[in-house]
Design a protein around this ligand. Structure first.
Ligand code: C2E
Ligand code: MN
Ligand code: MN
Length: 403
């Protein structure tokens, strides 16, 4: 199928202008064999390339470009399918914006293109080209957050090792810290339920009788608070997960939580209830009264896995939580994806206007953290920093600039 792929990158050449021309000449030969056509725009080291051809050859070429050491910060902006090429019989057009004026470049691009001029203004490919030419694109990652300049150092947390299996409990909890690397501090711990065999939440819940799930979900939170008390989490916050129906269906649920929080020497303001976006929206009207009760007790509320469900930002027209946790799906490999970057930027701007704290979840790579930190996110949770530790707190890996 005819595919159009657009990416931007920084091309690191020792003699940019002349080398770029040679590179494109060589690419032209190879591309014509693969019947790939397109446009390459450059401004200094910044480049934007449009590739058109069969899906197989375009994707293969793109992977080669991504692995090419001369390219850095390769971000895919668009991948789309269409009935015909925009640039037929042109090979690879090269435009250097340090030599030609934006106006000249735009006119040439339009002249070479096969698209009727009245169709251009709504065409995404042309809009990417136009934006690059007129330099309105969002700035790339700040110099300071270049992943090659960072490394990790390990710290063992003061509460230290795990307490081992706790007696007479139907379940256990693993704690995973949410960290603020720019401040070098832990902002909170999330308590994740585990079976007594250490099994996953999914496994634990599937072992229960279906009509007991909500009740047990609620009651087990008492063990999470007990663990926080035993470990002495001090001024840190503790986050627990709940199905919204555990608050709706179990009589006196919020009062039970408030009671257990106090009983274990915690303040309600120290506790955050995490509820996933999808579960929240499906029973919103019923859940609304539980939200009010939680607020009245001073207990915090977070939307978990934000962006994974179908509500998205429109959920915030109905209700604004204290905290939003951006789903792992959206942040994984964010440094490589234009669409993911655009979505996360809009979440950041929205949460900043509404004064909602943002957490990015599931960070596994320094590159992901660098992009997110540079975009303005300050709180993170993920294996890169710390893994969940059963009945305790483990090691934290803090990013540091390489000297
Ligand atoms: P969640 O609340 O989104 O919790 C984060 C999950 O992502 C945890 O999985 C954690 O181990 C995992 N995780 C954290 N960092 C990374 C990372 O960098 N990479 C990857 N691949 N994974 C990471 P876990 O513990 O298996 O929990 C799964 C889900 O089960 C939780 O997702 C939460 O929705 C639910 N859950 C956990 N405890 C409870 C509970 O007490 N009650 C209810 N109703 N649900 C719970
Ligand atoms: Mn959670
Ligand atoms: Mn989550």
């Amino acid at each position: 199928m005819l595919t159009t792929l657009i990416y931007r990158s920084q091309l690191n050449l020792s003699h940019p202008s002349s080398e770029l021309r040679e590179l494109v000449e060589r690419a032209k030969l190879r591309n014509s064999k693969l019947s790939i056509t397109g446009v390459l725009l450059s401004r200094g080291s910044e480049i934007l390339q449009i590739l058109e051809g069969s899906e197989e050859s375009v994707v293969k070429l793109f992977h080669k470009i991504r692995d090419d050491k001369r390219h850095s910060g390769v971000v895919e902006l668009m991948r789309d399918y269409g009935p015909r090429r925009r640039f037929e019989n042109v090979g690879m057009l090269l435009f250097d914006l340090q030599i030609q004026s934006p106006k000249e470049v735009l006119q040439s691009v339009l002249r070479y293109s096969k698209l009727d001029s009245y169709l251009v203004s709504d065409d995404r490919v042309f809009k990417f080209i136009q934006t690059f030419i007129t330099d309105q694109r969002p700035s790339s990652v700040e110099e300071r957050y270049d992943p090659t300049k960072w490394t990790l150092t390990t710290e063992t947390l003061p509460p230290g090792a795990s307490l081992g299996l706790l007696a007479n409990q139907p379940c256990q909890f693993a704690l995973q810290p949410i960290v603020e690397p720019s401040e070098g501090k832990i902002s909170s711990f999330e308590a994740l339920i585990r079976g007594n065999d250490g099994g996953s939440p999914e496994h634990f819940f599937s072992s229960l009788e279906p009509d007991k799930i909500y009740e047990i979900d609620l009651q087990t939170k008492a063990y999470a608070f007990a663990l926080a008390e035993k470990l002495g989490i001090g001024n840190h916050k503790i986050a627990v997960n709940l199905l919204p129906m555990s608050l709706v269906n179990v009589p006196g649920a919020v009062a039970f939580l408030a009671d257990q929080i106090k009983k274990h020497g915690l303040k309600p303001e120290q506790v955050v209830i995490e509820v996933t976006e999808n579960e929240m929206i499906s029973g919103f009207n019923q859940f609304n009264s539980a939200i009010k009760q939680l607020r009245a007790e001073g207990i915090g509320l977070a939307i978990d896995d934000f962006g994974s469900g179908y509500a998205g930002l429109s959920l915030l027209t109905r209700f604004q939580p204290d905290k939003i946790k951006i789903d792992r799906e959206i942040v994984s490999n964010i440094h490589l994806s234009g669409p993911k970057q655009a979505i996360v930027r809009s979440i950041i701007s929205c949460c900043s206007d509404l004064e909602i704290t943002l957490v990015a979840e599931g960070i596994e790579k320094l590159e992901e953290w660098c992009w997110l930190e540079s975009a303005g996110i300050r709180r993170f949770q993920g294996f890169l920093f710390a893994r969940p530790q059963l009945n305790g707190t483990g090691e934290i890996h803090w990013p540091h600039l390489v000297r």
